[in-house]
Design a protein around this ligand. Structure first.
Ligand code: AMP
Length: 116
C-alpha cells in the first residue's frame, strides 16, 4: 500500500487536479471543500508531514511558500484581506499529513474570532 499523501499523488500527477500555480518547490490548487470564495492550498513538493516537523534546512522553502501566498492573493484579488491558516496535527484540525497552507479570501473575517 502506498503511504503517499493525497497531495504527493496530485504533485506526481497520479490524481488529477487543477494546478493554479506550480514551480520547482510547490503547487497551488483549489480546496475541494472551499470554506471561502477563495480557498487555495499552497503545498510544498517536499512532503514534510506537518509544520512542527520543519527544520532549519526548510527555512528557505517556508519563506518561498509565503511569497507564493502573496502572489496568489494578488492574482485572486484578495490582497487587501485574507487569512492564512496552517493546521498542525490532529488537534489542530489537520487531516492531510503533508504540510500545506490554506489561503482564504474574498470573504469578511471576524476580527474577534481568529480560532473558529
Ligand atoms: P487540513 O485539514 O489542514 O489537513 O486540510 C486538508 C484540506 O485538503 C481540506 O480542506 C480538504 O478539503 C482538502 N482536500 C483534500 N483532498 C483534496 C483534493 N483531492 N483536492 C483538493 N483539496 C483537497
Amino acid at each position: 500500500m502506498s503511504d503517499k499523501s493525497i497531495f504527493s499523488k496530485i504533485i506526481d500527477g497520479e490524481i488529477p487536479a487543477d494546478k493554479l500555480y506550480e514551480d520547482d518547490q510547490c503547487i497551488v490548487i483549489q480546496d475541494i471543500q472551499p470554506k471561502a470564495p477563495t480557498h487555495l492550498l499552497i503545498i510544498p513538493k517536499q512532503p514534510i508531514p506537518m509544520l512542527v516537523e520543519a527544520r532549519p534546512e526548510h527555512q528557505a522553502l517556508l519563506g518561498h511558500l509565503l511569497l507564493v501566498v502573496g502572489e496568489m492573493a494578488r492574482r485572486t484579488g484578495c490582497e487587501d484581506g485574507f487569512r492564512l491558516v496552517i493546521n498542525n496535527g490532529e488537534g489542530g484540525g489537520q487531516t492531510v499529513f503533508h504540510l500545506h497552507m490554506h489561503l482564504l479570501g474574498n470573504k469578511k473575517f471576524d476580527e474577534d474570532d481568529l480560532a473558529s
